[in-house]
Design a binder for this molecule. Structure first.
Ligand SMILES: [Zn+2]
Length: 146
């Protein structure tokens, strides 16, 4: 289980990652940070494309980076998103989209949590399997090792 210090650190890394966002079309800058079972944290940001459908979300960007480094189990994911130059009092919680929820499901530990916040002091914590993607489909449904 994550302690508050680790949660705040994960949120801070998600916020920092959002600063690298390439989002000239939506101006919505998202950062994600994933804590893996190795203890390492991987971050990602949304990368848009002139061919809109070719873009990728921050969560999948971070997940692909982690898996590319050999990680296979995610313990926690933090997400931060805001419009470019948004005022602090105008920030909203940015939840993972449906595609990212399914993508994260592949590597989600049984007790994985998702943190969605506007700052390292203001975030909500959700159980991935109970609140973010209940009744999900995953590797074990294909009789693959989870
Ligand atoms: Zn997404």
């Amino acid at each position: 289980m994550l302690d508050v210090k680790s949660e705040r650190e994960l949120m801070a890394k998600a916020i920092k990652a959002s600063k690298s966002s390439y989002s000239p079309y939506s101006n919505f800058q998202v950062g994600a940070a994933i804590l893996c079972s190795s203890g390492k944290i991987f971050t990602g940001t949304n990368v848009e494309n002139a061919s809109y459908g070719g873009g990728i979300c921050a969560e999948r960007s971070a997940a692909v980076t982690a898996v590319s480094q050999g990680e296979r189990k995610f313990l926690a994911v933090a997400v931060f998103g805001s419009f470019k130059d948004a005022r602090e009092d105008g920030l909203q919680y940015a939840f993972p989209c449906g595609i990212c929820r399914q993508f994260l499901r592949e590597f989600a530990a049984k007790d994985m949590v998702v943190l969605v916040g506007t700052s390292e002091d203001d975030y909500k914590k959700f159980s991935f399997y109970e609140e973010i993607l209940p009744h999900s489909f995953g590797p074990e449904d294909l009789n693959m090792e989870a």
